[in-house]
Ligand binder design. Structure first.
Ligand code: NAG
Ligand code: NAG
Ligand code: NAG
Ligand code: NAG
Ligand code: NAG
Length: 324
């Protein structure tokens, strides 16, 4: 079997795993990849993520905790990890066999499985989702909420091939995977609470730069954690409507923090622009005004005048005192 494979798959596929859970809930993600063919990447690997923090990595039979917690034996049992990954590995092999039998297609080469369970705000166990993908597209998805399974197929897989395994998998979910996922998540939330609950203030800059047609006003918030943020551009105190704005995507920085940028194309105008940011790390809404060069100069002059005035007053007071 020939397997063509390029690195761009990894970049593309990993974006699928970006958590979308709402603020206040927590989630545990297990993201595993099976690659067939010769690459510099391991045939099978899996990554464990809590919310958006990678806590562990498994490859070639070994588990590596990530972060500065080197020993998490009390959170996860190494034998359980091995069993789980063996299970996943075998389920990939089965799936590859099934899909090949199904489509007679030799070029299938990267398979992924994403399993996630969540704890709601109130510490109540939430849903669990298990999704499978081949070559970057989701093939089928199983969700488990309130003891009810929903199975969705997104590509043409012959259901009778998957079904016997599906029933078996549902059993395992109810009896093992779901409860284990929830307890493990709870343990991680406790063990890694400082890392999970950390608050890092965004660094915000509002700029206006000339471009071909006029100017671009751009508000950038970067280096913040957690990822939930509200960033709004204002024109003369009114929020600028969404269809004028470009950007606004939440992007990860390399260091576990995030950034977001919103921009607006304008022609030369006399409006005042500002940017407002609300974030968990800020007690109040932070408002940044556009720092126009001439206004800055006026500001400097004003400060100098104020300093002069105070000096004069102090001198006068001092002289009066001296005379008394
Ligand atoms: C991480 O490292 C810091 C500084 O060495 C230490 O105080 C902290 O306890 C460590 N955290 C964990 C979870 O190991
Ligand atoms: C085989 O897979 C490739 C890539 O996904 C696809 O372009 C092609 O149409 C598939 N062929 C068949 C017969 O399904
Ligand atoms: C699950 O059950 C709870 C309480 O019984 C209910 O509030 C919630 O809407 C249910 N969720 C779904 C997706 O059915
Ligand atoms: C914030 O951004 C400004 C402008 O880009 C930069 O000079 C400064 O070093 C940044 N501060 C931090 C704490 O990253
Ligand atoms: C962002 O705004 C929404 C709606 O006003 C609010 O519910 C949410 O808490 C805000 N998020 C932050 C991080 O301030």
């Amino acid at each position: 079997m020939q397997c063509k494979w390029t690195q761009s798959y990894v970049v593309f596929l990993l974006t699928l795993s970006l958590p979308s859970a709402s603020y206040g809930s927590h989630s545990l993600w297990l993201f595993s990849t099976y690659i067939c063919g010769k690459t510099q990447f391991p045939e099978f690997s899996s990554t464990t993520i809590v919310d958006d923090i990678t806590v562990g990595y498994y490859k070639s039979g070994t588990y590596f905790p990530r972060g500065n917690t080197t020993n998490e034996d009390d959170v996860i049992n190494l034998n359980d990890i091995k069993d789980l990954n063996d299970y996943l590995y075998n389920s990939f092999l089965r799936r590859v066999a099934l899909l090949r039998q199904d489509s007679q297609n030799d070029s299938l080469d990267v398979f992924q499985k994403l399993a996630v369970c969540e704890l709601l705000d109130s510490d109540k166990p939430g849903k669990m989702i298990v999704a499978d993908a081949a070559r970057g597209s989701t093939t089928d998805e199983l969700s488990y909420i309130n003891n009810t399974f929903t199975y969705t197929v997104t590509v043409n897989i012959k259901q009778e091939l998957i079904k016997p395994h599906l029933e078996d998998f549902k059993q395992q979910c109810t009896n093992t995977f779901y409860p284990v996922c929830i307890t493990t998540l709870k343990k991680y939330l406790k063990k890694r609470r400082d890392q999970i609950n950390r608050k890092i203030t965004p660094n915000i800059t509002l700029t206006k730069k000339a471009n071909s047609g006029g100017f671009r006003v751009s508000c950038l918030a970067t280096g913040f954690y957690p990822r939930h943020i509200n960033l709004t551009l204002f024109r003369d105190g009114q929020p600028v409507s969404d269809h004028e704005i470009t950007g606004g995507d939440l992007l990860p920085n390399g260091d576990g923090t995030y950034q977001m940028r919103k921009s607006l194309e304008i022609s030369a105008d006399k409006h005042k622009y500002s940017c407002s940011v609300t974030h968990l790390s800020l007690d109040n809404k932070l408002i940044i005004e556009l720092d126009e060069p001439f206004r800055r100069r006026i500001g400097v002059v004003a400060v100098l005048l104020l300093v002069c005035a105070i000096s004069v007053i102090l001198a006068v007071v001092y002289m009066r005192k001296g005379r008394l």
